[in-house]
Design a protein around this ligand. Structure first.
Ligand SMILES: C[S@@+](CC[C@H](N)C(=O)[O-])C[C@H]1O[C@@H](n2cnc3c(N)ncnc32)[C@H](O)[C@@H]1O
Length: 281
Protein backbone atom coordinates (compact mmCIF):
# COMPACT_ATOMS: atom_id res chain seq x y z
CA UNK A 1 0.00 0.00 0.00
CA UNK A 2 1.58 3.25 -1.10
CA UNK A 3 -1.11 5.91 -0.99
CA UNK A 4 0.98 8.72 0.52
CA UNK A 5 2.04 11.41 -1.99
CA UNK A 6 4.32 14.11 -0.66
CA UNK A 7 3.00 16.62 -3.20
CA UNK A 8 -0.02 17.20 -0.91
CA UNK A 9 2.28 18.30 1.91
CA UNK A 10 5.28 19.93 0.21
CA UNK A 11 6.45 23.12 1.92
CA UNK A 12 4.36 22.67 5.08
CA UNK A 13 5.73 23.47 8.56
CA UNK A 14 7.15 19.96 8.88
CA UNK A 15 9.09 20.31 5.61
CA UNK A 16 10.41 23.69 6.74
CA UNK A 17 11.83 22.21 9.95
CA UNK A 18 13.16 19.06 8.25
CA UNK A 19 14.80 20.91 5.38
CA UNK A 20 16.46 23.54 7.60
CA UNK A 21 17.97 20.78 9.76
CA UNK A 22 19.06 18.93 6.61
CA UNK A 23 20.70 22.06 5.20
CA UNK A 24 22.54 22.79 8.45
CA UNK A 25 23.94 19.26 8.68
CA UNK A 26 25.12 19.31 5.05
CA UNK A 27 26.69 22.76 5.48
CA UNK A 28 28.60 21.34 8.40
CA UNK A 29 29.81 18.30 6.44
CA UNK A 30 31.12 20.71 3.80
CA UNK A 31 33.45 22.35 6.28
CA UNK A 32 35.96 19.59 5.47
CA UNK A 33 37.23 19.15 1.91
CA UNK A 34 36.90 15.39 1.98
CA UNK A 35 33.81 14.17 0.13
CA UNK A 36 30.78 12.65 1.87
CA UNK A 37 27.89 10.31 1.10
CA UNK A 38 24.24 11.39 1.40
CA UNK A 39 21.61 8.65 1.54
CA UNK A 40 17.97 9.77 1.25
CA UNK A 41 15.98 6.59 1.94
CA UNK A 42 12.49 7.97 1.23
CA UNK A 43 13.17 10.60 -1.39
CA UNK A 44 9.79 11.58 -2.85
CA UNK A 45 10.08 13.30 -6.23
CA UNK A 46 12.52 16.05 -5.21
CA UNK A 47 10.64 18.92 -6.85
CA UNK A 48 7.07 20.13 -6.33
CA UNK A 49 4.80 22.57 -8.13
CA UNK A 50 2.88 24.40 -5.42
CA UNK A 51 0.09 25.28 -7.80
CA UNK A 52 -0.58 21.69 -8.83
CA UNK A 53 -3.94 20.05 -8.16
CA UNK A 54 -2.47 18.18 -5.15
CA UNK A 55 -0.78 21.15 -3.46
CA UNK A 56 -3.67 23.50 -4.04
CA UNK A 57 -6.10 21.03 -2.59
CA UNK A 58 -4.47 21.10 0.84
CA UNK A 59 -2.49 24.39 0.51
CA UNK A 60 -0.34 23.27 3.44
CA UNK A 61 2.59 25.32 2.12
CA UNK A 62 0.64 28.52 2.82
CA UNK A 63 1.07 27.95 6.57
CA UNK A 64 4.63 26.65 6.08
CA UNK A 65 7.14 28.25 3.76
CA UNK A 66 4.43 30.72 2.72
CA UNK A 67 4.77 32.39 6.12
CA UNK A 68 8.52 32.93 5.67
CA UNK A 69 8.66 33.85 1.99
CA UNK A 70 8.27 37.63 2.17
CA UNK A 71 9.81 38.21 5.60
CA UNK A 72 12.66 40.65 5.85
CA UNK A 73 13.72 39.70 9.39
CA UNK A 74 14.86 36.11 8.79
CA UNK A 75 17.69 34.73 10.95
CA UNK A 76 20.77 33.89 8.81
CA UNK A 77 20.16 30.13 8.80
CA UNK A 78 16.54 30.56 7.69
CA UNK A 79 17.62 33.12 5.08
CA UNK A 80 20.02 30.57 3.55
CA UNK A 81 17.22 27.99 3.35
CA UNK A 82 14.89 30.51 1.69
CA UNK A 83 17.68 31.35 -0.80
CA UNK A 84 17.84 27.66 -1.80
CA UNK A 85 14.12 27.70 -2.54
CA UNK A 86 14.36 31.09 -4.30
CA UNK A 87 16.84 29.57 -6.76
CA UNK A 88 14.12 27.16 -7.91
CA UNK A 89 11.78 30.08 -8.33
CA UNK A 90 14.17 31.86 -10.67
CA UNK A 91 15.07 34.19 -7.80
CA UNK A 92 11.59 35.59 -8.36
CA UNK A 93 9.11 37.14 -5.99
CA UNK A 94 6.49 34.49 -6.48
CA UNK A 95 6.62 31.16 -4.63
CA UNK A 96 5.65 28.55 -7.21
CA UNK A 97 8.05 25.64 -6.72
CA UNK A 98 9.34 23.81 -3.67
CA UNK A 99 12.34 21.53 -3.21
CA UNK A 100 12.15 18.10 -1.66
CA UNK A 101 15.01 16.83 0.49
CA UNK A 102 16.92 15.42 -2.55
CA UNK A 103 16.99 18.80 -4.24
CA UNK A 104 17.93 20.69 -1.07
CA UNK A 105 20.86 18.26 -0.82
CA UNK A 106 21.76 18.21 -4.52
CA UNK A 107 22.08 21.99 -4.49
CA UNK A 108 24.61 21.73 -1.66
CA UNK A 109 26.70 18.79 -2.91
CA UNK A 110 30.18 19.47 -4.26
CA UNK A 111 31.83 17.41 -7.01
CA UNK A 112 33.56 15.21 -4.40
CA UNK A 113 30.26 14.36 -2.65
CA UNK A 114 27.64 11.86 -3.83
CA UNK A 115 24.04 10.94 -3.12
CA UNK A 116 21.81 7.90 -3.37
CA UNK A 117 18.06 8.57 -3.48
CA UNK A 118 15.56 5.73 -3.11
CA UNK A 119 11.81 5.89 -3.64
CA UNK A 120 9.27 3.08 -4.02
CA UNK A 121 6.14 4.77 -5.34
CA UNK A 122 5.39 3.72 -8.94
CA UNK A 123 4.28 7.21 -9.95
CA UNK A 124 6.80 9.22 -7.91
CA UNK A 125 9.91 7.22 -8.76
CA UNK A 126 9.92 8.14 -12.50
CA UNK A 127 9.55 11.81 -11.53
CA UNK A 128 12.48 11.52 -9.14
CA UNK A 129 14.64 9.80 -11.77
CA UNK A 130 13.81 12.45 -14.31
CA UNK A 131 14.49 15.34 -11.92
CA UNK A 132 18.03 14.10 -11.22
CA UNK A 133 19.12 12.65 -14.54
CA UNK A 134 21.56 15.49 -15.15
CA UNK A 135 23.25 15.36 -11.76
CA UNK A 136 26.48 13.40 -12.17
CA UNK A 137 26.96 12.62 -8.50
CA UNK A 138 23.36 11.64 -7.74
CA UNK A 139 22.04 8.09 -8.26
CA UNK A 140 18.34 7.23 -8.00
CA UNK A 141 16.96 3.75 -7.38
CA UNK A 142 13.44 2.34 -7.14
CA UNK A 143 13.98 0.32 -4.01
CA UNK A 144 13.08 -0.06 -0.36
CA UNK A 145 14.81 2.77 1.49
CA UNK A 146 15.12 0.93 4.80
CA UNK A 147 17.27 -1.73 3.13
CA UNK A 148 19.82 0.78 1.85
CA UNK A 149 21.47 1.15 5.24
CA UNK A 150 22.45 -2.48 5.15
CA UNK A 151 23.22 -2.45 1.44
CA UNK A 152 25.35 0.69 1.19
CA UNK A 153 26.95 1.38 4.59
CA UNK A 154 29.69 2.05 5.46
CA UNK A 155 30.33 4.40 2.55
CA UNK A 156 33.80 4.46 1.03
CA UNK A 157 34.14 8.12 2.08
CA UNK A 158 33.67 7.16 5.76
CA UNK A 159 31.70 10.40 6.20
CA UNK A 160 28.06 10.94 5.56
CA UNK A 161 24.44 11.61 6.38
CA UNK A 162 21.47 9.26 6.17
CA UNK A 163 18.04 10.91 6.05
CA UNK A 164 15.17 8.56 6.93
CA UNK A 165 11.83 10.17 6.15
CA UNK A 166 9.08 7.54 5.79
CA UNK A 167 5.39 8.45 5.46
CA UNK A 168 4.36 6.47 8.59
CA UNK A 169 1.16 5.44 6.81
CA UNK A 170 2.08 1.94 7.94
CA UNK A 171 2.37 1.82 11.70
CA UNK A 172 5.38 -0.52 11.47
CA UNK A 173 7.41 2.40 10.10
CA UNK A 174 7.80 3.56 13.72
CA UNK A 175 9.70 0.32 14.46
CA UNK A 176 11.38 0.01 11.07
CA UNK A 177 13.22 3.34 11.51
CA UNK A 178 14.74 2.07 14.77
CA UNK A 179 15.76 -1.24 13.19
CA UNK A 180 17.24 0.52 10.18
CA UNK A 181 19.28 2.89 12.35
CA UNK A 182 20.53 0.03 14.47
CA UNK A 183 21.61 -1.83 11.34
CA UNK A 184 23.26 1.27 9.86
CA UNK A 185 24.99 2.24 13.08
CA UNK A 186 26.49 -1.23 13.52
CA UNK A 187 28.20 -0.74 10.13
CA UNK A 188 28.92 2.99 10.27
CA UNK A 189 28.97 4.30 13.84
CA UNK A 190 30.46 7.68 12.93
CA UNK A 191 27.77 8.53 10.38
CA UNK A 192 25.08 11.13 10.98
CA UNK A 193 21.52 9.77 10.96
CA UNK A 194 18.52 12.11 10.76
CA UNK A 195 15.04 10.66 11.27
CA UNK A 196 11.97 12.74 10.57
CA UNK A 197 8.84 11.98 12.64
CA UNK A 198 5.31 13.34 12.92
CA UNK A 199 3.42 13.71 16.18
CA UNK A 200 -0.07 12.42 15.51
CA UNK A 201 -0.40 10.29 18.62
CA UNK A 202 2.40 10.96 21.11
CA UNK A 203 2.56 7.29 22.09
CA UNK A 204 3.53 6.32 18.53
CA UNK A 205 6.27 8.92 18.39
CA UNK A 206 7.63 7.67 21.69
CA UNK A 207 8.12 4.24 20.12
CA UNK A 208 10.96 5.80 18.13
CA UNK A 209 12.65 7.67 21.00
CA UNK A 210 12.27 4.76 23.42
CA UNK A 211 13.40 2.28 20.75
CA UNK A 212 16.52 4.32 20.03
CA UNK A 213 17.27 4.77 23.71
CA UNK A 214 17.13 1.00 24.13
CA UNK A 215 19.78 0.46 21.43
CA UNK A 216 22.44 2.01 23.66
CA UNK A 217 23.49 4.42 20.89
CA UNK A 218 24.82 7.72 22.34
CA UNK A 219 24.55 11.31 21.10
CA UNK A 220 20.91 11.41 20.03
CA UNK A 221 19.42 14.89 19.73
CA UNK A 222 15.68 15.57 19.38
CA UNK A 223 14.39 18.73 17.71
CA UNK A 224 10.65 19.42 17.60
CA UNK A 225 8.25 22.15 16.54
CA UNK A 226 4.59 21.90 17.54
CA UNK A 227 1.82 23.94 15.97
CA UNK A 228 -0.69 22.81 18.59
CA UNK A 229 -0.52 20.91 21.90
CA UNK A 230 -0.67 17.09 21.71
CA UNK A 231 -4.15 15.77 21.03
CA UNK A 232 -5.87 12.44 20.47
CA UNK A 233 -7.88 13.89 17.58
CA UNK A 234 -6.83 13.20 13.99
CA UNK A 235 -4.04 15.23 12.45
CA UNK A 236 -0.40 16.15 12.95
CA UNK A 237 0.16 18.53 15.85
CA UNK A 238 3.96 18.61 15.68
CA UNK A 239 6.92 17.18 13.85
CA UNK A 240 10.55 16.71 14.57
CA UNK A 241 13.96 15.43 13.66
CA UNK A 242 15.98 12.99 15.70
CA UNK A 243 19.66 13.35 14.86
CA UNK A 244 22.31 10.82 15.85
CA UNK A 245 25.88 12.18 15.93
CA UNK A 246 24.71 15.74 15.19
CA UNK A 247 27.33 18.33 14.27
CA UNK A 248 28.17 20.11 17.54
CA UNK A 249 26.78 23.43 16.29
CA UNK A 250 23.31 22.05 15.48
CA UNK A 251 21.91 22.16 19.02
CA UNK A 252 22.66 25.86 19.43
CA UNK A 253 21.69 26.76 15.88
CA UNK A 254 18.26 25.23 16.43
CA UNK A 255 17.86 26.81 19.87
CA UNK A 256 18.53 30.15 18.22
CA UNK A 257 16.12 29.85 15.30
CA UNK A 258 13.26 27.78 16.74
CA UNK A 259 11.74 30.65 18.77
CA UNK A 260 11.60 32.69 15.54
CA UNK A 261 10.21 29.79 13.49
CA UNK A 262 7.57 29.03 16.11
CA UNK A 263 6.39 32.65 16.30
CA UNK A 264 6.37 33.08 12.54
CA UNK A 265 4.93 29.74 11.46
CA UNK A 266 2.35 29.72 14.26
CA UNK A 267 1.18 33.33 14.68
CA UNK A 268 -1.94 31.96 16.42
CA UNK A 269 0.28 31.49 19.50
CA UNK A 270 -0.45 27.78 20.00
CA UNK A 271 3.07 26.67 18.99
CA UNK A 272 6.01 25.43 21.02
CA UNK A 273 9.45 23.93 20.41
CA UNK A 274 12.08 21.82 22.07
CA UNK A 275 15.67 20.75 21.57
CA UNK A 276 16.80 18.04 23.99
CA UNK A 277 19.00 14.95 24.19
CA UNK A 278 17.41 11.50 24.10
CA UNK A 279 20.85 10.25 25.09
CA UNK A 280 23.80 12.59 25.52
CA UNK A 281 27.41 11.78 24.65
C1 LIG B 1 7.56 11.95 3.51
S1 LIG B 1 7.81 11.46 1.85
C2 LIG B 1 9.46 11.92 1.52
C3 LIG B 1 9.72 13.39 1.39
C4 LIG B 1 11.13 13.77 1.09
N1 LIG B 1 12.10 13.07 1.92
C5 LIG B 1 11.30 15.26 1.24
O1 LIG B 1 11.65 15.73 2.33
O2 LIG B 1 11.09 15.97 0.26
C6 LIG B 1 7.95 9.71 1.98
C7 LIG B 1 8.19 9.00 0.67
O3 LIG B 1 8.56 7.65 0.93
C8 LIG B 1 8.05 6.80 -0.10
N2 LIG B 1 8.11 5.43 0.43
C9 LIG B 1 7.22 4.78 1.23
N3 LIG B 1 7.74 3.61 1.65
C10 LIG B 1 8.99 3.53 1.13
C11 LIG B 1 10.05 2.59 1.23
N4 LIG B 1 9.93 1.48 1.99
N5 LIG B 1 11.20 2.83 0.58
C12 LIG B 1 11.36 3.96 -0.16
N6 LIG B 1 10.40 4.89 -0.31
C13 LIG B 1 9.23 4.69 0.34
C14 LIG B 1 6.69 7.39 -0.38
O4 LIG B 1 6.26 7.01 -1.67
C15 LIG B 1 6.96 8.91 -0.24
O5 LIG B 1 7.28 9.47 -1.48
Amino acid sequence: MLSYRHSFHAGNHADVLKHIVLMLILENLKQKDKGFYYLDTHAGTGHYRLFSAESEKTAEFVEGIGRLWDRTDLPDEVQRYIELIKKLNYGGKELRYYAGSPLIAAQLLRPQDRALLTELHPADYPLLRNNFKEYHNVVTKRDNGFQQLKATLPPKERRGLVLIDPPYELKEDYDLVVEAVQEGYSRFATGIYAIWYPVVLRQQTKRISKGLEATGIRKILQIELAVRPDSDQRGMTASGMIVINPPWQLENQMKTILPYLTRTLVPEGTGSWKVSWITPE
